[in-house]
Ligand binder design. Structure first.
Ligand SMILES: [Mn+2]
Length: 335
C-alpha cells in the first residue's frame, strides 16, 4: 500500500474535472521559477499519460536553466486561437494577474487552481491551495500517486526540480518534513539528486557569472546593515547579453549577509517599472511589506512591481523598509 497523505476535497474535484476533459491547458505564473516549470511540466506529462491532449501556456519563455527538462517553445505564448479547451489548470500562481496571457478572462474557462501561496485569491472554479506545501510539485506528487496518474522519468525529475528550487536546495523555512518526504519518495522512484542539482546550479555560461560579478559590485547595506540590497538595470543585462530570467537568484546575494534581516533585489525594467524581490530572515514579514505596495508572496519571500523607475523605487522601498524595521513593525507574529 502506497503511503499517500490524505488529500482535500478540492483535489478529488480537480481529478474529476480532468476525467471529464479531453483537452487541458496547463499554465503558471509569468517569469517562471523552478516550481512553476517543474509542476506545470510534470502535470502535462501526467495528463498526456492519462490520454489527454495537454498543452502548456505561458507568456514568458522557459528560463534557460530549466531547458534541460524541456526546450524553448515548450510553453506556447498564448492560448491557441479557436481551439476548444475543456479545462484550464493553473499551478503555482497566487492570482489571475500572474497569468498574464489571460488577465481579465479568468472566468471564461473551466478552471482549476493548484497553489501553495498564502495570498492565493481563489480565482478559479476549484481552488486547491495548501500554504503548508513546500512547493506545488509536492502537492502534485501525492495527487498523481493518489489518483493513479503515471509519473514518467521527466515528470519525476520535474517534480524534483520544483522541490529543490522552491526550498532553496532544502535550506528555506519551507524545508519541512513534507519536503523531505517528497524528496525521499522521488529518490525511491529513481531521481538522481546530484545530476539534477548539477544541471540547475553548476551549468552556468560565463556571461551569467559575469552578471553575478556585477551584482556583487552593486551590493549595498543601509539601516545599520539590517537591510542589504542589489540593483540592476535592463541596460546592464543588455551589455552582458543575459536575460531577465538570469537574475532569479541574485536576491540570494544580499540575503546571504549575516546582518541582513531584509534583502532586496531591484530590477529596472525597460518599460520604466521596477521589479522588487524581497527576502526576509527573522521576524520581518516580507509578504506584509510587499502588500503595502500592491505585491504579494510568502512571509519569507515576496515580490513587487513598482510603477516607477529604478532610482525612485530604490528610494521609496528602502526608506519604508528601514522605517518599519527600526520601529519593529511589519512583524510575522502580528496581524
Ligand atoms: Mn512555488
Amino acid at each position: 500500500m502506497e503511503e499517500v497523505p490524505r488529500l482535500p476535497e478540492e483535489a478529488a474535484r480537480i481529478h474529476e474535472m480532468i476525467r471529464e476533459s479531453g483537452t487541458v491547458v496547463v499554465t503558471t505564473h509569468i517569469r517562471m521559477d523552478g516550481d512553476a516549470v517543474g509542476s506545470a511540466l510534470a502535470l502535462r506529462e501526467a495528463l498526456r499519460a492519462a490520454g489527454k491532449e495537454a498543452l502548456l501556456v505561458n507568456s514568458t519563455p522557459i528560463p534557460e536553466i530549466y531547458r534541460f527538462l524541456a526546450p524553448l517553445g515548450t510553453f506556447l505564448p498564448e492560448l491557441p486561437p479557436g481551439k476548444p479547451i475543456d479545462l484550464l489548470i493553473s499551478v503555482d500562481a497566487a492570482n489571475c494577474e500572474r497569468l498574464e496571457f489571460m488577465e481579465n478572462s479568468c472566468r471564461d474557462y473551466h478552471f482549476a487552481n493548484i497553489d501553495h501561496h498564502v495570498s492565493n485569491t481563489a480565482f478559479a472554479d476549484v481552488n486547491w491551495v495548501d500554504p503548508d506545501a513546500p512547493c506545488v510539485g509536492e502537492m502534485l506528487l501525492w495527487f498523481f500517486l493518489a489518483y493513479g496518474y503515471e509519473i514518467n522519468d521527466l515528470a519525476r525529475d520535474a517534480l524534483y526540480v520544483s522541490l529543490l528550487t522552491d526550498t532553496g536546495r532544502f535550506s528555506f523555512s519551507n524545508t519541512s518534513v513534507r519536503a523531505f518526504r517528497a524528496a525521499l519518495k522521488l529518490a525511491e522512484m529513481g531521481v538522481d539528486p546530484g545530476a539534477v542539482a548539477s544541471k540547475v546550479y553548476f551549468d552556468k555560461p560565463i556571461r551569467k557569472l559575469k552578471l553575478l560579478q556585477l551584482a556583487y559590485s552593486r551590493l549595498n547595506f543601509i539601516c545599520n546593515d539590517r537591510i542589504a540590497y542589489v540593483f540592476l538595470d535592463h541596460t546592464d543585462l543588455k551589455k552582458l547579453g543575459v536575460s531577465e530570467y538570469d537574475t532569479q537568484e541574485i536576491v540570494d546575494i544580499p540575503r546571504s549577509a549575516a546582518s541582513a534581516e531584509v534583502a532586496f533585489f531591484m530590477y529596472g525594467n525597460a518599460d520604466g517599472t521596477t521589479r522588487v524581490s524581497v527576502r526576509s530572515k527573522g521576524n520581518f514579514d516580507s509578504r506584509k511589506f510587499a502588500e503595502l505596495f500592491g505585491g504579494g508572496g510568502h512571509p519569507g519571500a515576496s515580490g513587487i512591481t513598482m510603477k516607477m523607475c529604478l532610482e525612485e523605487a530604490k528610494r521609496v522601498v528602502l526608506e519604508r523598509a528601514c522605517l518599519l524595521l527600526s520601529a519593529g513593525e511589519c512583524r510575522m507574529d502580528e496581524r
